[in-house]
Ligand binder design. Structure first.
Ligand SMILES: CC(C)(COP(=O)(O)OP(=O)(O)OC[C@H]1O[C@@H](n2cnc3c(N)ncnc32)[C@H](O)[C@@H]1OP(=O)(O)O)[C@@H](O)C(=O)NCCC(=O)NCCS
Ligand SMILES: CC(=O)OP(=O)(O)O
Length: 324
């Protein structure tokens, strides 16, 4: 199923001339994926880095880089244009001098290429923390109209099973409104992967079995999400077993629309979401694709530093598909 999922995405993006920026030009996993993407003509990669160093690294790895653009921010002819646009976008928060310095950072530089429509999307994070990868996007690309917060989902794939986990990447302490928005956005993201969303809002309590500020936060999020998207199949608060195991659902939540058949799981905090996805990945042998950032004006996606070249390849397919 995993390969079907990505073959379908590949079919969608081939021939669409999507330019995708890779700020981490010297990372082996990135270069391996870039070489494959370029040779298969899936996207046109733009690698950020010193041209000689990138080519040297590729040759050491035995990789070819046909039709790959390599841009060194230190040599970039359009830097003045980028600096001007960055200062304007930050609207009083950055001086021209600071902007010039910040744009030598590969993530800021790459994000500006996307903002300026010189590329369609960006994939980074193999060598940078999530905070350093996404901060430029939050500041420059910003959220779509009507969306307050960006969040990060993983598509968890194992054989025929596909699930969406969120937020595993961005919002450390989401409030009820944030959780409701994350739920609705994650349901939309699920559809991109042919998952008909059935959303469970997770907690350590099922339908009032415990009461605390943490459980009440999720109860309120359920109410808000139902208000925001009345047609969405969504319920909570659920413990994971009540959301996932039909026999447990029968006992703990017999009247719920979700009967152990949820496929989109919304975690109550980043602690729970990030730990949860890594446990499913490392103990449950799920492939974890993401985090896919949702709610941004243009696609910028983060990788886990524990990723491999296959993860980079797949996240690039997703990024290119998001840009269509
Ligand atoms: C995402 C994160 C880096 C943002 O924190 P920060 O850089 O301190 O953000 P700030 O509060 O300074 O905000 C910076 C900008 O981003 C915006 N922003 C912050 N969080 C946002 C969100 N969730 N969605 C949209 N915009 C956001 C702010 O509005 C601000 O915009 P402005 O400068 O134009 O006013 C931070 O929340 C974080 O570290 N999250 C955890 C990341 C992580 O380690 N995840 C685990 C591994 S995946
Ligand atoms: C998504 C994530 O947890 O990223 P990292 O492993 O790089 O911190």
């Amino acid at each position: 199923m995993s390969s079907d999922l990505f073959s379908a995405l590949k079919e969608k993006v081939v021939g669409k001339q999507r330019k995708i920026v890779f700020p981490e030009g010297l990372d082996e996993r990135i270069l391996t994926a870039v070489s494959r993407l370029a040779n298969e003509q899936v996207v046109t990669p733009i690698v950020i880095g010193n041209e000689e160093a990138v080519k040297q690294k590729a040759s050491e790895l035995g990789l070819t880089l046909p039709n790959v653009e390599i841009i060194d921010p230190h040599q970039y002819e359009g830097m003045d244009e980028l600096v001007k646009a960055f200062v304007e976008r930050r609207n009083g928060k950055v001086t021209e001098e600071a902007a010039r310095e910040m744009l030598l950072d590969e993530n800021y530089f790459g994000t500006m290429l996307v903002y300026m429509d010189k590329a369609h999307g960006l994939v980074s994070g193999a060598a940078h923390s999530t905070a350093d990868t996404v901060r430029p996007a939050l500041q420059i690309i910003k959220t779509k109209p009507g969306i307050r917060k960006t969040s990060g989902v993983f598509i968890m794939v194992r054989g025929d099973e596909k699930y969406v986990f969120a937020d595993c990447a961005i919002n450390i302490a989401p409030d009820s409104q944030d959780l409701a928005e994350i739920a609705v956005e994650s349901a939309n993201t699920a559809k991109m992967f042919d998952i008909e969303p059935r959303v469970a809002m997770l907690s350590f309590s099922t339908k009032g079995s415990a009461k605390s500020p943490e459980t009440e936060k999720v109860v309120e999020a359920v109410r808000l999400a139902k208000e925001m998207a009345p047609d969405l199949v969504l319920d909570g608060e659920f413990q994971f077993d009540a959301a996932f195991v039909p026999s447990v659902a029968k006992k703990k939540a017999p009247d719920s629309v979700i009967q152990g058949d949820a496929n989109v799981f919304i975690f109550p905090s980043l602690e729970a979401g990030n730990i949860g996805y890594k446990i499913a990945q490392r103990l449950g042998n799920f492939e974890a694709v993401g985090p896919i950032l949702q709610g941004l004006n243009k696609p910028v996606n983060d990788l886990s530093r524990g990723c491999n070249a296959e993860d980079v390849y797949k996240l690039t397919l997703i990024t290119a598909a998001q840009s269509l």
